[in-house]
Design a protein around this ligand. Structure first.
Ligand code: NAP
Length: 317
């Protein structure tokens, strides 16, 4: 295990919109800043076709906004490195971040690890992953040109991505477990107006069927108990998100579901450890809210590091 001797002022874990903004604010305040991620900068924005609720852009492609934010974060010297974080060790003078290959040292940490798609947990889901089962319409939609696809869920993601899929698919059937959608009204209206979008209400997918690839889904109506099969070549699953916080649970900063609790400065229960964006316990998870969180945390980390350095100077004097 390589130990990096340098002690950073701040290490941001996760480089989605929140993490990239925190990196920008921290480095612009002259903090030595490192952003760590186990994937591409931009996070979930890379799997989003069009973003039309981020102020300043009437519409922008997710990957394009990722590139812009990444460039923005780097202009004041924030470094970027690959890192799959396994553990955080809290110390008095600095904290350690243990990745699969290196240990980094830092005065403060901003957790921006986001969330990942929930699984249905039904037969066929894992088996046909990548062979008709997908969690990313932007990545896989084009494989379903002229085909029928089923979308599971009733929130913003299911309805927005389901509508997006009509560019490729001949028909999109959204299967929702209730008879009203959770999605924002504007997204609902768009889906209801789209002739290619159908809904199956009060129903859940019980099994994803197929041989080499998906051929259909078995559906149960929760009100009548009736079971039926819908023929479809694709199943897109958008039933919500889970926090990427397993590695941080031992710090005692998460609620029972794993969302990280913070104060208004984005600071967790552990001084000097901040959390922002989707992984944080919050009421709204958007690019805009992640960016707002990131700016607050970048600034709060600056104040924390300055005070810590002052204290350390006094102690060592
Ligand atoms: P979500 O808002 O949690 O919605 C999940 C949906 O899946 C709900 O309709 C839920 O049904 C259903 N569901 C949950 N577990 C299920 C299960 N086991 N079987 C069948 N159905 C199940 O999740 P999301 O749509 O992925 O969105 C996540 C976050 O990102 C939200 O905060 C959302 O607002 C945000 N987002 C925003 C935008 C945008 O602003 N354009 C786009 C995408 C996502 P019930 O309704 O019955 O609970």
């Amino acid at each position: 295990m390589e130990i990096i001797e340098k002690i950073y002022d701040v290490i941001v874990i996760g480089a989605g919109p929140g993490g990239l903004t925190a990196g920008l604010y921290a480095s612009r305040s002259n903090l030595s800043t490192l952003m760590l991620d186990r994937g591409l900068p931009g996070g979930q924005m890379n799997n989003t076709a069009e973003i039309e609720n981020y102020s300043g852009f009437s519409s922008i492609l997710g990957p394009d906004l990722s590139t812009k934010m990444y460039e923005g974060a780097q202009q004041f010297g924030a470094e970027y490195a690959y890192g799959d974080v396994q553990e955080i060790i809290d110390g008095k003078e600095y904290k350690e971040i243990v990745t699969s290959s290196k240990t980094f040292r830092t005065r403060s940490i901003i957790l921006a690890t986001g969330a990942e798609h929930k699984k249905l947990g039904v037969t066929g889901e894992a088996e046909f992953n990548g062979r008709g089962v997908s969690y990313c319409a932007v990545c896989d939609g084009a494989f379903f040109k002229g085909k029928h696809v089923v979308v599971a869920g009733g929130g913003d993601s299911a309805v927005e991505e389901g509508t997006y899929l009509t560019q490729f698919a001949s028909k999109v059937t959204i299967v929702h477990r209730r008879d009203t959608l959770r999605a924002q009204k504007i997204l609902q209206d768009r889906a209801f107006k789209n002739e290619k979008v159908d809904f199956v209400w009060d129903s859940v997918i019980e099994e994803i069927e197929g041989d080499q690839a998906v051929s259909g889904v078995r559906i149960r109506n929760l009100k009548t108990g009736e079971v039926s099969t819908l023929e479809a070549e694709g199943t897109f699953i958008y039933i919500g998100i889970l926090p990427n916080s397993d590695q941080f649970r031992s710090l005692g900063i998460t609620d029972e579901e794993g969302w990280i609790e913070t104060d208004e400065k984005m600071e967790s229960k552990v001084p000097g450890i901040f959390a922002i964006g989707d992984v944080r316990k919050t009421v709204l998870r958007q690019v805009a809210t992640a960016v707002g969180d990131g700016s607050i945390a970048g600034n709060a980390a600056y104040q924390y590091v300055e005070e810590l350095k002052e204290q350390l100077e006094k102690t060592h004097a």
